[in-house]
Design a protein around this ligand. Structure first.
Ligand SMILES: NC(=O)c1ccc[n+]([C@@H]2O[C@H](COP(=O)([O-])OP(=O)(O)OC[C@H]3O[C@@H](n4cnc5c(N)ncnc54)[C@H](OP(=O)(O)O)[C@@H]3O)[C@@H](O)[C@H]2O)c1
Length: 305
């Protein structure tokens, strides 16, 4: 199939595009910097310039015209430093803004792709205690929850154009060379890692390979709307630290106090690190998706050994 991917140069996008090639799909990446993308991506992938929220380019329209599936992964990094008003604006423009621009481009086409898979995140549910969160759970409070609601609504506007739209609510993705694990590993390798704050907050994670398989699985399902993209066994932050320490054979009891994280990172720490959500992949499992790495120790072992 002909697949167009935004954010195809990222931590999730690159291995996803590689897998798509392996499966003999034709892959085009929409990127803000085609030259840089060409030097990093497999030469069989076409890299086409776009300006994200600033609207469609002619080349982009040509790529979309022949696409059967669009996978929308673009978004500025969420976990890099404090959320100033400027940062929040960038996070919104790079998600709701780019997604709206993408859907506006689809609206101009006569023949449209059949399926749009547009990333969202478990931040949709907001800071939560111990409730098990299936896809029908209501959205929560806070900046991330409203960001995800706007992002999902922008994608689902394509339903009015007759496009099937799926919004995977992605958990913390664990893989080599990037993502949350790359930020944690230096401290844990030195034996200086440990729980954040109380450690009782839930952390819903997914192995990168399982996420990619789930996105591919959705190509052949009639599903639309939200699909939780998390492993079936979320853990608390304390448990995550313990299993990561065990996997690395390092002590992992050095707790970072809440006040230090709040002082250093403000609202970002409160919404992303010190609170969490206990998400379960109810729809993926009901559709028959089988996780290769259902438990954290299996996932970390596969990544780190
Ligand atoms: N990794 C996770 O744990 C996780 C969890 C939940 C949700 N997600 C979501 O899944 C998507 C992909 O995640 P990822 O970890 O692969 O992210 P990533 O490595 O940061 O890649 C995101 C891609 O988005 C594009 N991008 C960056 N800043 C942008 C901006 N200001 N405007 C438009 N495009 C921009 C970049 O592509 P170009 O430079 O080529 O344009 C980049 O390669 C993101 O939307 C993320 O929020 C990820």
């Amino acid at each position: 199939m002909r697949v167009v991917v935004t954010g195809g140069t990222g931590f999730i996008g690159r291995p996803l595009c590689q897998k798509l090639l392996e499966l003999r799909h034709t892959v085009t990446v929409l990127t803000r910097n085609p030259d840089a993308a060409r030097s990093r991506l497999d030469p069989r992938i076409a890299a086409i310039g776009w300006q994200g929220s600033r609207g469609a380019t002619d080349e982009m329209m040509t790529a979309l015209r022949s696409a059967e599936i669009v996978i929308n992964l673009a978004g500025a990094p969420i976990a890099e430093g404090r959320w100033t008003e400027q940062t929040k604006d960038r996070l919104r423009r790079s998600r709701e803004g780019t997604t709206s621009a993408l859907v506006a481009a689809l609206a101009k086409l006569q023949a449209r792709p059949v399926l749009l898979i547009s990333a969202s995140a478990i931040g949709y549910y907001g800071p939560r205690q111990d409730d098990l969160l299936r896809e029908d759970a209501p959205s929560g409070i806070g900046f991330l929850a409203s960001l995800c609601r706007e992002w999902e609504a922008a994608a689902r506007a394509a339903e009015r154009l007759g496009v099937q739209v799926v919004v995977p609510r992605i958990g913390v993705v664990l893989g080599r060379n990037g993502g949350a694990l790359a930020r944690m590993l230096p401290a844990f390798r030195l034996g200086l890692g440990g729980p954040l704050g109380s450690g009782t907050q839930w952390l819903s994670w997914i192995h990168l390979d399982d996420l990619i398989e789930l996105l591919l699985f959705l190509f052949h399902e009639a599903a639309s709307g939200p699909v939780n993209a998390t492993a079936p066994q979320p853990v608390t932050n304390e448990e995550f630290s313990r299993v990561l320490g065990q996997t690395l054979r390092r002590p992992a009891w050095l707790r970072t106090p809440s006040f230090a994280l709040k002082f250093l990172l403000g609202q970002m720490a409160e919404e992303l690190l010190l609170t969490g959500q206990r998400v379960v992949p109810a729809r993926a499992e009901a559709m028959g998706f089988r996780f290769r790495y259902p438990t954290l120790s299996e996932a970390l072992h596969a990544i780190l050994h």
